[in-house]
Design a protein around this ligand. Structure first.
Ligand code: COA
Length: 263
């Protein structure tokens, strides 16, 4: 059996590749479970400073949850389907959203359903000019289940999101960029180099400070502004006394490039 998610480390970046190209990288339980294991590994490895996720083959980032597999779970009963399918997928996107190192999607093709929800959940996304997006769950009679009813309205605004959620229509990378789902679009052949370059521009900075910014922005978004400001000051307090922050400030004063530990 081929590994459902490929793992490679390059330039201190973990490249995770959904590896079911014959099934358009549909997210079966094995892919999700393996991805969760690899995220743990990437988090624990001090030699990894960022993560990029992409899809194998020339057609898809991911065509979403594995329909025959979760249909089988649904046939066993709603409780089983909620546990095996919904909670598993929600845990995956929540893990990515809250991941302590920058995580970037390189959207190389079809990003439907769960593939779109992963794009919503990660910190940044770069799309190939061949990418295509959709929220097609309504076509098969279910609402999105990996956070898609929650994150897209927060990212794009409620009415823009509801149009995609309620029509199931496909949309272009240009539209995905306009609504804030992806950061930029690049020529297909430049996708991975451009995504690695974006990661490297984050990795010039202190890893602890990057983690504090991710945590403040991600947690604060789902709180009142007062609570969010509290999170912001906690994140400041977390890094303020660190060696890397001291180094950043000293380097600025000395007019030199900072030399960070763990970078
Ligand atoms: N789950 C499981 N298998 C999937 C899949 C999914 N979400 N999406 C695609 N596949 C499989 C197909 O069953 C097919 O496998 P097969 O060759 O063994 O029959 C293979 O991937 C290629 O897909 P196919 O449908 O033949 O390609 P296409 O170009 O005709 O259509 C799509 C592409 C994306 C429009 C179509 O595959 C599709 O609608 N997929 C489902 C998308 C979706 O609803 N996702 C949300 C699920 S909640």
């Amino acid at each position: 059996m081929p590994d459902p998610v490929l793992f490679e480390i390059k330039d201190k970046v973990a490249l995770l590749t959904f590896n079911r190209p014959d099934k358009l990288n549909a997210l079966n339980y094995a892919v999700i479970d393996r991805l969760m294991e690899l995220l743990d590994r990437a988090e624990d490895d001090d030699g990894i400073c960022a993560v990029i996720v992409t899809g194998a083959g020339d057609r898809a980032f991911s065509a979403g949850a594995d329909i025959p597999e979760f249909t089988a779970s649904m046939r066993k009963g709603t409780e089983i389907a909620v546990k095996d399918f919904v909670r598993r997928g929600q845990a995956m996107t929540a893990r990515m959203e809250a991941f302590g190192k920058p995580i970037i999607a390189a959207v190389n093709g079809i990003a439907f359903g769960g593939g779109c929800e992963i794009t919503e959940a990660v910190h940044l996304a770069v799309a190939s000019d061949k990418a295509v997006f959709a929220k097609p769950e309504i076509n098969i009679g279910i609402p999105p289940t990996f956070g898609g009813t929650q994150r897209l309205p927060r990212l794009a605004g409620r009415k823009r999101a509801l149009e995609f959620l309620l029509t199931g229509d496909r949309f272009s990378p240009q539209r995905a960029c306009e609504i804030g789902l992806v950061n930029r679009i690049v020529a297909h052949d430049a996708l991975l180099p451009a995504t690695f370059e974006l990661a490297s521009r984050i990795m010039r900075h202190s890893p602890g400070t990057a983690a504090s910014i991710i945590a403040a922005a991600t947690h604060g978004l789902n709180m009142s502004i007062e609570q969010g400001l509290q999170v912001e000051s906690e994140q400041f307090a977390r890094v303020a006394a660190s060696a890397n922050t001291r180094e950043a400030l000293d380097a600025w004063i000395d007019k030199r490039t900072p030399n960070y530990a763990g970078r």
